[in-house]
Design a protein around this ligand. Structure first.
Ligand SMILES: [Zn+2]
Length: 495
């Protein structure tokens, strides 16, 4: 029996279901190309810029078939096991599922007019998954963008949890004191999920209790990056259902990770695109200073999302890149949220070490705090409005597309409101809804840190223009509301 098989079995017997890592012995660009071609996901890259994959039996068999050279990272695997054992036996101030819940309960109790604890799911080991909803007027659905901030989807990446809880705590405690915190609470609806993977947090494993890498279990444009169908796990279902069941059409998202210190935008599954590239970067190469071990960094676009985070973040040697230019993955949170819902969701790698010593917690959380706040504040730059039925005035379950970056965003059907980020510029936007005639507005100007209002009233398909012309022909147009021109109000007065 080969050594790594014995090791894997030992690992499984100890409760570690992650297969050992394998290092692809090819230049990163070549490895990423193969990943896209044969649809396997990276889990990271090492300091020399080599792609690391989770070395499942199936994947290693594929590598053998294709003669792709690789090295099993036995030392790294042993180190992970050792670290996991350490974290199980040594108490620390990093949250575990139990201490996080009591901390959240007490925090929410002290700020109960603007924060609410919501259980969004339960894991296979019966641990609850908690979200904190933060906004003024908690009970009302308001004309506000919804924002999603999540951490610890990889259970061993504990700094991601602490950066997420730090931002939550800062916003709640600074409400009414700091203008940025006040603005975010009053003008947005934020959903924090600091610990997406409580079973992995408890066991200090990347994966959940079923050995599934949750950040490969979403349904990206090219499907998930696991051997299972997308959303096979309770944790990813919980994140999905914040949108699909709770009805939140998230405008922006931040997904915290650890193991590097960088900002990476969509796409993660392909090095082509994304449609929103201009909202993140002016160029995907040439950025500096650049600490990407795999090669290039991107140049943030002026007044864009990457610049906002970068200007607030003081973590040393922090860099920025399009996700797939770093390494290719399938089925991650960002690609699903962007592809399916138009959410500009970004992976934020918090610290080079996945779980730095506890003395570092106050330092790195402070280094990221205003990066997070700046990014969330960008939800107040772009275009927003309501899309309603021109006849009844009812809000519509509608779509909004900007011609210049055609990734569709969706209205919240309760109010019909949409919120679309854009860097400053002049845009053409189109609203559409099933059963309605689409409508386009041109020359919509966006300026820095301001939301431009653009409402739409859509005419039902069943009221054709020909029909209205026919009525006019019989009765003649009448300026019913006396504003000196014939508008939709006048047309509707004929019905
Ligand atoms: Zn991660």
């Amino acid at each position: 029996m080969p050594y790594f098989v014995v090791l894997l079995m030992t690992g499984l017997a100890m409760g570690f279901s992650d297969p050992p890592y394998a290092r692809v012995e090819l230049p990163l660009a070549e490895a990423n190309q193969l990943a896209m071609e044969y649809h396997f996901s990276g889990v990271g890259i090492d300091d020399d810029g080599a792609l690391i994959v989770s070395g499942s039996t199936e994947l290693l068999a594929l590598f053998d078939d294709l003669n792709i050279p690789y090295t099993l990272m036995i030392d790294r695997y042993l180190a992970d096991q050792e670290e996991a054992a350490f974290w199980k036996s040594v108490p620390s101030s990093y949250f575990n599922p139990t201490t996080l819940l009591s901390w959240l309960q007490s925090l929410v109790a002290s700020h109960s007019s603007i924060a609410e604890l919501v259980q969004i799911g339960t894991t296979d080991l019966a641990r609850p998954i908690w979200a904190v909803k933060v906004t003024d007027n908690l009970m009302d659905e308001e004309f506000e963008p919804e924002l999603r901030i999540i951490g610890n989807i990889h259970g061993d990446e504990k700094s991601s949890l602490m950066v997420c809880t730090d931002a939550l705590e800062w916003i709640l405690t600074q409400y009414g004191i700091h203008p940025d915190a006040t603005k975010l609470v009053n003008e947005t609806e934020m959903w924090f999920v600091p610990m997406v993977n409580p079973d992995g947090n408890f066991a200090h494993t990347r994966s959940n209790s079923n050995g599934v890498d949750l950040n490969r279990d979403f349904d990206g444009p090219a499907g998930p990056g696991t051997v299972f169908p997308a959303f096979s796990q309770k944790e990813t279902q919980a994140i999905r259902d914040m949108t699909e069941v709770l009805g939140n059409r998230f405008m922006l998202g931040l997904t915290f990770h650890s193991g590097a210190a960088c900002f990476n935008s969509v796409w993660n599954y392909t090095t082509t695109g994304p449609p929103d590239l201009a909202n993140f970067f002016s160029s995907r190469t040439g950025g500096s200073p650049c600490s990407n071990p795999g090669g290039e960094c991107a140049i943030p676009a002026m007044d864009g999302l990457a610049e906002a985070y970068g200007q607030g973040c003081t973590y040393p040697n922090f860099w920025q890149v399009v996700g797939a230019d770093w390494y290719v993955t399938f089925g991650d949170t960002n690609d699903w949220a962007y592809d399916e819902w138009g959410t500009l969701d970004t992976t934020l790698e918090c610290t080079v070490s996945k779980t730095p010593s506890e003395s570092q917690i106050p330092i790195y959380t402070a280094q990221h705090r205003f990066g997070v706040i700046n990014y969330l504040l960008k939800s107040r730059q772009g275009i927003e409005g309501v899309i309603t039925d021109a006849v009844t005035g009812d809000p519509l379950d509608a779509q909004l597309t900007v011609t210049e970056f055609p990734q569709t965003v969706f209205t919240d059907p309760i109010l019909g409101d949409y919120h679309r980020f854009a860097v400053p510029g002049t845009y053409e936007i189109t609203a559409s809804a099933q059963g309605y005639t689409p409508k386009t507005l041109t020359d919509i100007t966006v300026t820095v840190d301001v939301m431009t209002l653009a409402n739409f009233q859509l005419l039902p398909d069943s009221i054709t223009f020909e029909y209205l012309v026919e009525i006019w022909h019989l009765q003649g147009p009448i300026d019913t509301n006396g504003n000196d021109y014939i508008d939709v109000i006048d047309l509707l007065s004929f019905l």
